[in-house]
Design a protein around this ligand. Structure first.
Ligand SMILES: [Zn+2]
Ligand SMILES: [Zn+2]
Ligand SMILES: [Zn+2]
Ligand SMILES: [Zn+2]
Ligand SMILES: [Zn+2]
Length: 721
């Protein structure tokens, strides 16, 4: 017997097991070796085959197989087929608050808290083998059995799914056949779904392709008859030709792929496929909310709680989240020097008892951005601006990108409607879900309990953040900062570092909101309450809106300061614009810089006082500028030093890991940079973004490294639309 490590189904041979795994568990990212005692897993199917041939060559005579069965050491359950089933079962004892003694030999640890047990097991008994369990837990029997796999078959079938699919159908058991036919159909549908929604192949093109495929496959019937005739000739030459034709026709007609796309098949047309996806793939469907029935204004909301439940059905996600929580917990209180690697190292997180307590919480980052879906060159440009509100799970350690940290859509609304009806209305269904998440939580079957959670931060550009949070939406004068009460005049003469500005705190902000409500006028830049802070108990205005490094630095200060300094360097005749642009074009860009290669600088740049360009292009230009043009600038040139300082600052800000030392260094650099800039351009007013930058050192201590929020914004922009 060969037992699947994933679902514990038993199969007759190694090859059958591999086939089963490929078909039933193909969403797994790694394929485990089918041998019970082998812990190896593989990224690709091919690698697994190579491993099998090398590490477990087929034995000629008979194969010895160990069959293990687990018994609970607390109750009478004694037929738990796998280790995983055993631990799932142990979990039920924790759920009923029983004290569970550790099941490993020589260990006297006991606890009635699942999380404590889990971390004990990970610390003390990882890795372990079946021999490490206390006597009586594991029973192993040696089963001698005929090995039914055939190495020659492997060689032919390597990664050739078409062949496997056909052989899977040839099973004699009717039930199995029907079942596997359904599975093949579902896998096929999943492949088509990927084509349509990830590769953006239009549904009509897929219809055409499927029709063609169906036609071509049916056209192979005469060929099949020929082949069958050959086979029958060899083994039973008396068989009537009509029988052969019938066999071939039946085989052709029973092919689940052809059935699915043939007449009456469920995957035949775009419409039918969408039906099929909805029925088979747990689609979380958007709900339309009416803003104004008469004007026909509405927006779409994709229920976040439902999506969360779906996400937490994945074992890999749950494992990562639990593991991350455990690591965070064990890192707490270690006396070493403070390092900031994620938002959970920031003081805002640590000081929030709901987020950083012993209980595992679901942490969401909400991300808001406007984007255009139509040709931006068209005349009807404004009409198609959409506001997208996305969410992502911030429980995962930074850097664990890929499919785990996907960004999910929550709200889609026309930007004009957001302006007209306000964020309160548009955020309402989302906030209702968040209130439930804070107070009740969502049930996670894999953990057997509810997890509560909340919105950790809202990442938006400055305008977006100010309008949701209820601050002034103008940055040309007055109170321009959501972190402190500075005005655009104050920031010209005072530095954040000097302590001249009072930071906005919960108490201060509450009093501003109150006075704004009473007087009907904004108070210290506060126009109204923040609807998120208002609805949620554990979200607060002064901890919920991190800075936006993309617009502050890479699309803000960098293009503006580049324009000023380059204009000055050109006026000093170190080089001219033509030389500069030629060097920009001819520079040998490598790796990521190739895709983000900077554009040439437009002739209008000094009049427009910015070089334009997107964040990645500007970043590449600033970073590579010393290599592009540095040799033409004499030493000690102050405009050049300003650019180099800005480059250092940007580099420090995007660092994924910060220490108190690196933050102090950043603070010094920012102050130095400000001084030089004001010296060289005494008549130029500092921008609000200059002031925000001065907040960065303290903001990194509060929010953790800021770069995570940037990359996320960037990815979201490029996701679905
Ligand atoms: Zn299985
Ligand atoms: Zn192996
Ligand atoms: Zn038990
Ligand atoms: Zn133990
Ligand atoms: Zn400020």
């Amino acid at each position: 017997m060969w037992r699947c490590k994933e679902c514990s189904e038993s199969l007759s041979g190694r090859y059958e097991l591999l086939k089963h795994f490929r078909l039933q568990h193909r969403h797994r990212q790694r394929y485990p070796c089918p041998h019970t005692n082998c812990p190896c897993t593989f990224k690709t199917w091919n690698a697994l085959h190579i491993h099998l041939n090398r590490a477990h060559p087929k034995q000629n005579s008979q194969e010895q197989l160990e069959l293990s069965i687990f018994s609970c050491h607390l109750c009478t359950s004694s037929d738990l087929p796998t280790e995983r089933d055993y631990f799932v079962h142990i979990g039920t004892h924790f759920k009923s608050h029983e004290t569970v003694p550790c099941m490993f030999v020589g260990c006297s640890f006991e606890t009635n808290i699942y999380a404590t047990f889990h971390s004990h097991k990970n610390r003390k008994h990882k890795p372990h083998t079946l021999k490490d369990f206390k006597p009586g837990v594991v029973r192993t029997t040696l089963v001698a059995q005929e090995s039914s796999d055939n190495p020659v078959e492997y060689a032919h079938n390597q990664d050739d799914s078409a062949v496997e699919v056909h052989s899977a159908c040839s099973s004699s058991d009717v039930d199995v056949t029907q079942n596997s036919s359904k599975v093949i159909e579902k896998n096929f549908a999943a492949s088509l779904l990927k084509l349509e929604h990830f590769a953006h192949v239009p549904g009509t093109k897929i219809d055409e392709f499927l029709e063609e495929l169906h036609y071509l496959s049916s056209a192979t019937l005469p060929l099949s008859i020929d082949i069958l005739e050959g086979v029958f000739q060899k083994h039973s030459p008396t068989t009537d030709k009509s029988v052969i034709t019938e066999v071939a026709t039946a085989l052709c007609a029973s092919n689940p792929l052809l059935k699915a796309i043939g007449k009456g098949g469920p995957l035949r047309t775009s419409y039918l496929r969408n039906q099929y996806y909805k029925d088979s793939f747990n689609v979380v469907e958007p709900i339309e909310y009416i803003l104004d029935a008469k004007e026909k204004r509405s927006f779409q909301y994709v229920p976040v709680l439902k999506s969360l439940q779906q996400l937490f059905q994945r074992k890999d996600v749950v494992d990562k989240v639990v593991e991350n929580h455990r690591v965070q917990q064990s890192n707490r209180g270690t006396g070493e020097q403070q390092t900031y690697k994620s938002s959970q190292d920031g003081s805002h997180f640590k000081e929030n008892g709901f987020l950083s307590g012993d209980d595992l919480r679901i942490l969401l980052t909400i991300y808001i951005d406007d984007f255009e879906i139509c040709n931006p060159l068209g005349t009807s440009r404004k009409k198609h601006k959409l506001c997208g509100i996305y969410w992502t799970l911030s429980n995962l350690p930074p850097g664990s990108h890929s499919s785990l940290s996907s960004i999910y859509l929550a709200v889609l609304c026309k930007t004009d409607d957001v302006k007209k009806y306000g964020y309160d209305r548009v955020l309402h269904p989302l906030l209702q879900d968040m209130i439930t998440l804070e107070q009740v939580g969502v049930f996670i079957p894999l953990l057997g309990r509810c997890l509560k959670g909340t919105i950790q931060v809202v990442a938006a550009d400055n305008l977006g953040a100010h309008s949701i949070a209820g601050f002034n939406e103008s940055f040309s004068g007055g109170y321009i900062c959501r972190f402190c009460t500075a005005t655009s005049t104050d920031i010209q003469t005072k530095e954040v570092k000097s302590g001249a500005f009072s930071l906005r705190t919960k108490e201060l902000h509450d009093s501003h909101v109150k006075s704004a409500q009473e007087n009907g006028a904004s108070c210290f830049g506060v126009k109204r309450h923040c609807s998120i802070t208002q609805s949620l108990d554990h979200f607060s205005i002064h901890t919920g809106y991190p800075p936006d490094i993309m617009h502050d630095i890479f699309e803000g200060l960098v293009p503006v300061e580049l324009a000023r300094c380059l204009a000055l360097l050109i006026s000093k005749k170190y080089f001219n614009l033509e030389t500069l642009n030629k060097s920009i074009l001819q520079f040998p860009y490598k790796w990521a810089d190739k895709t983000n290669r900077p554009h040439v600088i437009p002739h209008t740049f000094s009049k427009r006082k910015t070089i334009g360009g997107n964040a990645h292009e500007n970043w590449a230009l600033l970073r590579l500028l010393p290599f592009i043009i540095g040799h033409l600038v004499p030493e000690g040139e102050i405009a050049w030093q300003i650019l180099l300082d800005l480059k250092d600052i940007a580099e420090l800000v995007v660092a994924p890991r910060q220490t108190d030392e690196s933050i102090a260094y950043l603070e010094g650099k920012i102050s130095e940079h400000r001084q030089k800039y004001q010296e060289l351009f005494p008549d130029v007013r500092l921008l609000p973004k200059h002031h925000y930058l001065e907040h960065y050192p303290q903001l990194i201590r509060m929010f953790g490294p800021l770069v995570g929020l940037w990359t996320m914004r960037f990815e979201a922009k490029h996701s679905f639309f």
